[in-house]
Each structure stands twice: as C-alpha cells, then as structure tokens.
Design a protein around this ligand. Structure first.
Ligand code: XMP
Length: 538
C-alpha cells in the first residue's frame, strides 16, 4: 500500500479542513477505504449517510463528492436514491459502482439487473478522451487492471454522458459528463487490486476538485496540538494508557500539547501480554525513553489482585467483560481522584469508532461482543472528554505516532482486546492459567517475528483451553491443558481468514510450547474463519 498521508503538494496547516471531500455512503464495505484514499492524497474527507439530508451535505462545504458503492440494486424501488439537490451543489461528483448506477439512473440512463455477480479482477479498456482517466499509464494491451464487485450494470449511459471505459461484460465501466464534472466508475479504485487506483483518486481530488495537500501527519499534529490547547486551557487531563496504539498516540500528542498538565494511568490488571508493562514504561517514562520520545507523568497501578478477585467464579464471556470494565473504572477512578484538579479525561476514540456508533444509532450495527472501553467514566467522575484522534483513521494514527517518536513496536503491533488475556483463558480465569498462556503466546509471537511473518498476519495469539488432554513427553505420561494458536488475515476485523502459516513454523512453535511449558500437553491450530467464528474465542 502507498505510504499513508503522503501529500502531493504539501500546504500549510492553516486550512487543514477548509478543502474537504464528502463521501456519501450507500452502505458499501469499501466506504471507509474511499475516505482513506482521499486522505492519503492529502485531503480531509468525511463520510455521511446518503439520507443525512441535503442541508447537511451543503453545510459540510465539500470541494467534491464521492458516491460510494452499496449492496442494493438501483432497479428495486426501495433502493436508496441520489439525494435531492446533490448535483446543484456545484462541485465535482464521482460515483463508484452503486454510486455510478444511481447517477446513471438519476439522469435517465439504463441500468440492468444481472443474474450473475461479477466479483474479482477485470481489465478495463479506456475509450477516447477522458478527463478522469486519460493520465493513467495503461498496460501493453491498452488496458488497466481493476477490481470489480457488482451485480447490476449500466447498459446505456444517460444523455450528455460519454462512455470512457468498458470491459467484456460491462459496456459502461466508466462514464463522464461531456461538460459538467460528473464521473462514474463501475470498478473500485479504492482497493489495492485496482492498479493506479490511488492515482485516480489523487487526480480527482487535486486535478478535478482543485484541492491541494494540506492533510499531512505534520499538519495534523500541529492542528491537534492547537485544538487541544484551546480546548483544555490550563486544566489538568488524565488518560488511561493501555499500551495499545490509540491511547499511546493520544499520550504522545497530549504530552507535546500540554506537557505536565497530563497524567497517564497505566493499569497492570494481570491480563497483559508478556513484557507489556515494561515496554510501556520504557516508551513513556525516562530515563529509558529514546531522546525524541514523549516524557510524561506516568502512574502505573498494580491492580492484579482486584482484577483476579472480580473474575473469580465468573466464566461467562460477557460477564467477564462486564466485571473487567467495572473494575477498570473503580481502579482508574481511585487513582484519578488522587490527582488534584483534574477536569478532563482523554480518550483514544478514532474515526471508525465514531462511524460505528453512528451506524448503531441508525440501527445498522449488531453487537456481537460488547467491546470494553471506559464508557461510563466521564459521567461518573464528572469529567469532560478530550478526544484528539476522533477524526483519524488507524493508519493516520500510526503515522502521527511515528512522527511523535513512538517506537515501531508500539505503533505497529497487533490489536489486543481491552479485557486482555481474560478472553483468551476460556471460562474462569485463574492467575496460573494466565501465566501459562502469557508464555505460550510469547513463544508464538517470537517465532512469527523471527520468521518475518508477524506483519503478514493481522492478529496472532494463543488461547488457553482449560480441558485436559493426555500426552507423552520423554517417557512420562502428561495429562495437562491444551493451547490453541490463532492467526488471522483481515482488513477491517469484521471478516477474517485464518492464516495459512507454514507447517514448519507451527511445528516449531508447538514443540517449543510443549517442551518449555510442563502445564501444556497439546497444541492445536485454529482453522476457522470469521464468520462464522469470531477472531477471539470468547
Ligand atoms: P472478534 O472476536 O469480535 O474480534 O471477531 C474482532 C476484533 O476485536 C477485538 N476484540 C476486542 N477488543 N475489547 C476490545 O477492546 C473486547 O472485548 C474485544 N473482543 C474482541 C479482537 O481482538 C479483534 O481484534
């Protein structure tokens, strides 16, 4: 993937959000990816649902609008329409897949439902002059490899529009209006399988919408610092630092913005990965910190006893999550109350969280697992919220963290659930089980890193199964517990494929775990994808 946040023409932070694009969401799985591609081109973008209302679209003040794909068929009467008045806003519009079909329909073109869905790679043939596609480099056959994912297709472009590309199965793979800046693409330039998809978005936002590239990591940092200073003034702020990417980046950013007005609280709940506490302390607390790392007030609380007490006798996954959430609030509140005059709580909420809660407010999202966060804290402690990453995607958060001097091991690590090892020890959590799991997990991750595979998978970990199995180690019978290994590949963690790790590596990890951990008699590898299985076992 191209380096995130690379500006084409870096501009000053002054108008970081003045030049912005609006993504109108029709429900595509790729909508967030479109917003990210626009931002990678250096331009701020936000997503609004197609039914947000034309007033909201107008008020947003976009320099250009992109209509996303979507799962519906424009041939159905219930299909979401192009919002009334959208083309009167006077800015360029680019429709992707469903967005193009809805646009074609809107202007009187013909869209046909097709019995078979076209999904996967295809090659488009660019036809004639195109303001959007002409600058692309085509392959020797004059084609451009793209990614298709559609059922319906536009069979005749509306009057005033010209067909600018086609494929064997899609006569109108791209179209654009003869005069107005209205464009449609049947394929998905936002997915990496579309060669030069990034170039298409860059050309749209810079060449067609006339934006320059102010949205860069440096400008985001300057802007966030200024906004945080304005927001909190001289007040004190407290942050729950988990060691995950988001809270680490908030810590680094706030340290830069408000220095010792910030106190970070790191709770050792006894459910952390191996060496996690030491790594966080090294990254944030002097003197071990590298010279450009943030230097901040860090309070580490040893709350292992409280967490194990709250988990005692609890074996139902959601009950475990609730118990941990409540204990976290108790512990955190206890420490924060000791810091005099705190009036703000900082949180590492990021843009996908904001989009997700908007979707669940619409009733579009199902809660499969209640994800642990510090919800409830601000009200209980009467604290105001400061959320400096609220507008950022994960890759932007990482880029900001890197610019702020955080070590790669913190920024590019796999996600780790808030309840930690508690959801990886199945059933009731006991300290002895978590200790074994922590070691097995470390062996697995170490082997992945050594094989250069850690970053090839999206998440990998061990799970402790509290069932006993017979084994024979040396000449002795061993009747002990089972460790499952899990490694998945995913883009968004909503769906995931189990990773086809090399057998040699699995063999080596299994041997090490059984040899080094006498409490384990057997190691298994999880070959379930999501759906139907979830990534975590609980
Ligand atoms: P599932 O298991 O739902 O996991 O497929 C999807 C992603 O979410 C993480 N996860 C959690 N994260 N609190 C968190 O902060 C939780 O309770 C929780 N449960 C799952 C999981 O690690 C994966 O990345």
């Amino acid at each position: 993937m191209a380096a995130p946040l690379q500006a084409v023409e870096p501009a000053a932070a002054g108008h970081l959000r003045d030049q912005r694009l609006l993504i109108v969401d029709f429900g595509s799985q790729y909508t967030q990816l479109i917003a990210r591609r626009v931002r990678e081109a250096g331009v701020y973008s936000e997503i609004l649902s197609y039914d947000a209302g034309i007033e909201a679209f107008a008020a947003f003040g976009a320099r250009g609008i992109i209509l996303s794909g979507g799962p519906e068929s424009v041939t159905e009467t219930t299909a979401p329409p192009i919002p009334d008045g959208l083309f009167d806003l006077g800015v360029p519009v680019l429709g992707i897949c469903y967005g193009m079909q809805a646009m074609a329909r809107h202007f009187g073109g013909q869209v046909a439902a097709s019995a078979k869905r076209e999904f996967g790679p295809a090659e488009i043939c660019v036809r004639g002059p195109s303001r959007l596609l002409s600058a692309l480099e085509l392959n020797a056959q004059g084609g451009l490899p793209v990614w298709m994912s559609h059922g319906d297709k536009v069979v005749s472009a509306p009057s005033g529009f010209r067909v600018t590309a086609s494929t064997d199965s899609a006569p109108v793979a791209a179209m654009e209006h003869e005069q107005a800046p209205w464009y449609g693409l049947q394929f998905h330039p936002e997915v990496t399988h579309t060669d030069q998809g990034g170039a298409i978005y860059r050309h749209f936002v810079h060449g067609i919408c006339g934006c320059d590239g102010a949205w860069t990591a440096d400008n985001i940092i300057d802007d966030a610092i200024e906004r945080v200073r304005r927001q909190v003034g001289g007040d004190k702020v407290v942050l729950g630092l988990s060691g995950g990417v988001d809270s680490s980046v908030v810590a680094a950013l706030l340290a830069r913005a408000i220095g010792d007005q910030l106190t970070c609280v790191f709770v050792d709940n006894g459910l952390l990965r191996k060496n996690e506490r030491a790594e966080v302390e090294a990254a944030f607390a002097p003197p071990a910190a590298p010279s450009n790392a943030p230097n901040l007030n860090l309070v580490t609380v040893d709350a292992r006893r409280e967490f194990y007490a709250c988990l005692s006798g609890v074996d139902e996954p959601e009950a475990k999550r609730r118990a941990i959430g409540e204990t976290f609030i108790d512990v955190f509140e206890g420490v924060a109350n000791e810091i005099e005059g705190v009036s703000w709580l900082a949180q590492g909420t990021i843009y996908p969280d904001v989009i997700e809660s908007a979707a669940s407010a619409h009733g579009n999202a199902h809660v499969i697992k209640s994800h642990h966060n510090v919800g409830g804290l601000p009200e209980r402690m009467a604290l105001k919220l400061v959320e400096p990453l609220r507008e950022l995607f994960k890759d932007e958060v990482r880029a900001v963290g890197a610019r702020l001097g955080l070590p790669d091991s913190l920024i590019n690590r796999h996600p780790f659930p808030g309840p930690g090892l508690a959801v990886r020890v199945l059933g009731e959590v006991k300290p002895a089980y978590a200790d074994v799991l922590r070691e097995a997990d470390a062996i697995f991750l170490e082997a992945l890193r050594a094989a250069g595979l850690y970053h090839q998978v999206s998440q990998a970990f061990a799970v402790y199964l509290p069932v006993k199995s017979v084994g024979v180690v040396g000449d002795a019978r061993r009747y002990e517990h089972v460790i499952a290994l899990r490694a998945v590949e995913t883009v968004d963690f909503m769906t995931a494929r189990w990773a086809k790790l090399p057998y040699d590596l699995l063999e080596q990890v299994s041997a090490r775990i059984i040899n080094e951990l006498p409490q384990v008699s057997r190691v298994v590898y999880d070959i379930s994808s999501k759906p139907p299985a979830t990534i975590e076992w609980e």
